[in-house]
Design a protein around this ligand. Structure first.
Ligand code: ADP
Length: 867
């Protein structure tokens, strides 16, 4: 090392401590990077790579970013999952003997960002830790540093509970013991976007002790301590906004594994991984960022305690019924700023006066918000209102201290109101008087010299000056003015008395700017003392926001309040899939009923591909989840059991991350459901067994149904394209067949999306292939093969055709009316007869008809048409 210059040696020493981070090494107005860091950073940030002489034989690669634009570069690196160590000069370069002392003052990591692009308003940003408690149990703690919220729980099974919790939390960074098993580390990093960090120290500091007052178990305290020690070590500041750590148990909430959450697209869609198209997207009518984050937390953790759920329903009902009050609440909430993150930034020491003005405006909404909610006159809502603390004294302090529109910078003055501080007022008077004097000077000088264009101006370099154009110079009195600067057309002068005033003004201004900064810091300290109260307020406000959001969505989308029963009965009338319905427009969506009870534990769903089987299944799960997070549900009537867990195996969810085959994932998900479900659970199995050969798959599917029937008794929806399975209804008492209807018309397939009792008549696979526009030649050949197979008797699915004939009458009626509609839409050619028939058709609800009724109506209409 000796061959390098002292500064590079210093760099290398610091870098050795931060191997896994980019080291931003402060040199004057720049952060510089050297060696490999420089090469990688220049690629990642697309900045120029240069080199410098470092005393060694070869030049050292180097690149740098200006200090003032560094936040942007840091954000980019964090966004890519890197860490950045910020190394500052910690002594005045003028005082330094030899190399200036430098130290890392903060390590910025994906899990510890406090502002900027790395933080999304409506999402928490968690950093988590996982520690072994004993052979089979783990302590899991996580913290959102930007809001100060921390939680801890104990989990037992790595492959289910641990991974599920981690998936729910979606932590960006995991802090673990350096001795954590290599295999464990691999598993954690395989879970996608998480940066691993290490912390050995799990000893309990005094501060940790304080935050952990609600957690008694010693080893869980250690879990949290490791995380806190990491945060303090990397952030090197007080972190006064950390809230007491909350202990929870995973079984306090409806359990859903990683796959189920993903399959149901609760917070993001499978395809785009974005929020759009998810349940969260549909529901998000929150008005505040805090409410948005809480909504996501609630969706991730539906409740199972009936009283708690019903409390939420009650307030939703109250809000829903009180339209004007709700609008008022929404308007008020719109003005409430992110109090949680603001508190975090106050503690961190990076709020400006604009933030505090927003805080003031937020607090000003609270009294009115309280009043509206108190006006609803209900115990539960009263309780919510009373929990809101408007922190009035703080509002007044901010009101008295800060101007309405302060600048972004807190170091350039113009923040503090006149009258707030005597000394400041004096400086300001001095500077204002001086300025008046100068304005007067301009007048006086114009009069004295007779030069109308004479100006008094100011610039940073020369200060105040008197400017006279060259043409007018001869009017000036000799010896009175000192020439200061020559421009093309004018000369600038000063006078001794102008200089004197200037000194007074500038001094006063400098002093007042300094004083304003000091006063601002004082105000910030005052706000700091309010952090716990602001955080409590934030909690209540976000709760109110989510509840009003539920009320708003429920009204807008015509949802109903679900009721619950203890008999494990499901009664859903006119149920809809909330997201599909929104996307496709309510008019077109075909509502469906769902009825299940002790005699109907398992519904076996048949019907062609694309008919709506999996939509029907998801609809039930989403309805239950909506009910259990406290929202209303998309149905005209709903009475539900409270589900302890929901399992799904839907669609082809290849697990690309862990590199398992589709069929393997399918079996793992099936196993997971079967081993963990209870009678209180809901299982959705979509086309299980499809990923292998026919007999293989069918055998597995049947065995799974039998197993659930005999051993679990969970409510199960099982869709299948194996028609052979519909015979199970005869053998297994609690299995019932339903089918999603479709019809053939002129050899084409029409979907009705209506779920009906009984098994479907056939599987229509070739029709779907035709819809997908496979070549006609191929389709014809498929039909030939099918015929041959059917002749050979190998295909047994055609044996049952109980509903086919009848479905045809519905199909014909439906087509007859479509034809008429089409004709009548073309105005010119319409006969009165057709118009009359059209009117009759308008009033028909074909989907609600029995096939016999349809046949009668069709017959009547056809007669009218002819006669
Ligand atoms: P399957 O599981 O039977 O293959 P899906 O449930 O995937 O079918 O449904 C296919 C498409 O049919 C859906 O994307 C949706 O657009 C439409 N669909 C499903 N159910 C309904 C319904 N009840 N009303 C209207 N359209 C529906």
């Amino acid at each position: 090392m000796a061959k390098y210059t002292p500064m590079i040696q210093q760099y290398l020493q610091v870098k050795a401590e931060y191997q896994d981070a980019f080291l931003f090494f402060r040199l004057g107005d720049f952060y510089e990077m050297f060696f490999d860091d420089a090469i990688r950073a220049s690629q990642e940030l697309e900045i120029t790579l240069t080199s410098r002489d470092g005393g060694g034989e070869e030049r050292i690669p180097m690149c740098g970013v200006p200090y003032h634009s560094s936040p942007n570069y840091i954000e980019q690196l964090i966004d890519k999952g890197y860490k950045v160590a910020i190394c500052e000069q910690t002594e005045d370069p003028k005082q330094a003997k030899g190399v200036v002392r430098r130290e890392v003052v903060q390590l910025v990591t994906p899990g510890t960002v406090m502002e900027g692009k790395g933080l999304s308003d409506k999402e928490n940003n968690y950093i988590a830790t996982l520690t072994h408690l004993d052979d089979t149990t783990y302590g899991l703690a996580y913290c959102d540093l930007s809001t100060g919220e921390s939680k801890v729980t104990q989990v037992s099974n790595v492959f289910t509970d641990v991974l599920n919790e981690l998936a729910t939390i979606g932590a960006k960074e995991m802090v673990i013991d350096p001795d954590f098993s290599v295999e464990g580390q691999r598993l954690l990093s395989a879970r996608g976007n998480v940066t691993l960090s290490f912390e050995k120290n799990d000893s309990l500091t005094e501060k940790a002790h304080e935050l952990l007052s609600g957690v008694e178990q010693e080893n869980l305290q250690k879990t949290v301590s490791r995380l806190l020690n990491y945060l303090y070590r990397t952030q090197q500041r007080s972190l006064d906004h950390l809230q007491p750590v909350e202990l929870y148990e995973v079984y306090q909430f409806m359990k859903m594994d990683y796959y189920s959450k993903r399959n149901l697209e609760l917070t993001e869609t499978i395809r785009s991984k974005g929020k759009k198209g998810s349940l969260l997207w549909l529901l998000d009518e929150t008005m505040t960022a805090m409410g948005g984050r809480l909504l996501k937390q609630w969706i991730d953790r539906p409740l199972i305690n009936r009283t708690e759920i019903e409390k939420r329903h009650l307030i939703v009902e109250l809000f829903k019924e009180s339209f004007f009050e709700r609008e008022d609440i929404r308007e008020r909430l719109k003005e409430v700023y992110d109090l949680e993150r603001l508190s975090g930034r106050v503690a961190f020491g990076n709020v400006n006066a604009r933030d505090l003005i927003q805080l003031k405006k937020s607090l000003e909404q609270i009294p009115a918000l309280k009043e509206v909610i108190l006006g609803l006159g209900n115990d539960l809502s009263d309780h919510l209102a009373e929990k809101m603390d408007p922190c009035e004294e703080l509002t007044s302090v901010l009101e008295e201290a800060l101007v309405e529109n302060p600048p972004l910078s807190i170091k350039e003055g113009n923040l503090i109101r006149d009258g707030f501080n005597n000394e400041l007022d004096q400086y300001r008077d001095a500077s204002r008087n001086g300025k008046t004097w100068i304005a007067q000077l301009e007048k006086d000088e114009r009069e004295r010299t007779g030069i109308r264009s004479l100006k008094v101006g100011y610039n940073r370099v020369f200060g105040y000056y008197i400017e006279v154009t060259k043409a007018n110079l001869h009017h000036l009195e000799e010896g009175r003015y000192d020439r200061k600067q020559t421009l093309t057309n004018a000369e600038r002068f000063i006078t001794p008395e102008l200089k004197e005033k200037e000194a007074l003004i500038l001094q006063a201004e400098e002093k007042s700017v300094d004083l304003e900064y000091e006063l601002f810091l004082g105000i910030r300290e005052k706000v700091k003392a309010y952090i716990p109260r602001l955080q409590l307020l934030a909690k209540t406000v976000s709760e109110i926001d989510v509840l009003q959001c539920f009320a708003t969505v429920s009204e807008k989308r015509h949802y109903t309040q679900p009721l619950f029963n203890e008999e494990r009965r499901i009664v859903i009338k006119d149920g809809r899939h909330p997201v599909v319905e929104k996307v496709m427009d309510r008019q077109e969506y075909v509502p469906n009923d769902c009825y299940m009870d002790k005699e109907r534990e398992i519904l076996l769903i048949t019907g062609p591909n694309m008919s709506g089987k999996s939509t029907f299944m998801r609809q039930l799960a989403l309805t239950s989840i909506l009910a259990q997070i406290g929202c209303y549900v998309p149905a005209s009537e709903a009475n539900l059991p409270i589900f302890d867990q929901v399992f799904t195996r839907i669609g082809a969810a290849d697990d690309l991350i862990s590199g398992q085959s589709t069929f393997m994932v399918e079996m793992l998900e099936a196993k997971n459901a079967i081993t963990n479900a209870s009678t209180e659970s809901l299982i959705l199995f979509d086309e299980i067994g499809r990923g292998t050969s026919t007999y293989d798959g069918m055998a597995l599917a049947q065995a799974i149904i039998e197993y659930i029937h005999e051993n679990i008794g969970a409510k199960t929806l099982f869709s299948t394209h194996y028609h052979e399975l519909t015979a199970l209804e005869e053998q297994l008492q609690m299995v019932k067949n339903v089918h999603v209807s479709a019809m053939e018309h002129n050899g084409k397939l029409v979907f009705l999306h209506k779920v009906k009792e009984g098994a479907a008549d056939k599987s229509y696979g070739i029709h779907v292939a035709e819809l997908a526009e496979l070549p006609a030649k191929l389709i014809n050949r498929a039909n030939e093969i099918l015929n041959e197979l059917e002749k050979k008797g190998e295909k047994s699915t055609e044996k049952q055709t109980p509903v086919k004939k009848q479905d045809d009458s519905l199909a014909q009626l439906s087509f007859f009316s479509e034809e008429i509609k089409e004709k009548t839409s073309n105005e010119e050619k319409v006969s009165t007869k057709e118009k009359r028939i059209m009117d009759e058709i308008k009033n028909l609800d074909i989907l609600e008809m029995t096939p016999m009724e349809a046949l009668n109506v069709l017959y009547k209409l056809q007669k009218k048409m002819k006669g």
